[in-house]
Design a protein around this ligand. Sequence first.
Ligand code: UDP
Length: 235
Amino acid sequence: MAIYKRVLLKLSGEALMGEKSFGISPEMIERYAKEVKSIVDLGVQVALVIGGGNIFRGLQAASIGIERVQGDQMGMLATVINGMALQGALEKLDIKTRLMSAISIEQVCEPYIKRRAVRHLEKGRVVIFGAGLGSPYFTTDTAAALRANEIEADVLLKGTSVDGIYTADPKKVKTASKFETISFAEVISKELSIMDQTAFTLCKENNLPIIVFNIKEDGNILKILNGEKVGTLVK
Ligand code: UDP
């Protein structure tokens, strides 16, 4: 029996590059799909938010001489491209999916409507939320936090390229140590930047736990759903 009934899984766009320096690695998209399938097979209701950092981030806009809002919109469209790729990879594994976008692109996917999203989940379809929140100046972490609250997920699973929350950046500080559990208050007061502060605040106010874990290690999502301690639990 899985310990959570409905989860929102945030997948990093950046990790989707794999060994490449841009775009979608075929191995990574396949791995994401297999990881998702492992918990769909347990009967867990799965909603996904995928980032866009492997294609475009709003902050890059200035470097090519365009304004931030336009850049953010490009970033949001990048998340739709990733969502489509993920949808394709999941369908190859015979998983029923729906892609919903916060920006209307009706020839490509459905608009985001909360009640419809919940209905899809109840019918066992994996729902992918594309285009973040549809508004500039936000990130897909915040979109994941908001959608998780809206659909009343039991937990927000944040898959990233480190295996949890550390006292400092483990790539820079050798003595940094990992938290097994940490409170929202501590994560916010210490400004631990593994996720946006806005995302943490939203989850704190609504008592929605977050688990930060390494998505590059096979089997982690299944372990979490089986009740094993993986990554860092924020509550
Ligand atoms: N974005 C946005 N509003 C949102 C979600 C995303 O403007 O609600 C834009 C923003 O420019 C961001 C980009 O989309 O940089 C890609 O998302 P993100 O950087 O969160 O992706 P990740 O870091 O997970 O790859």
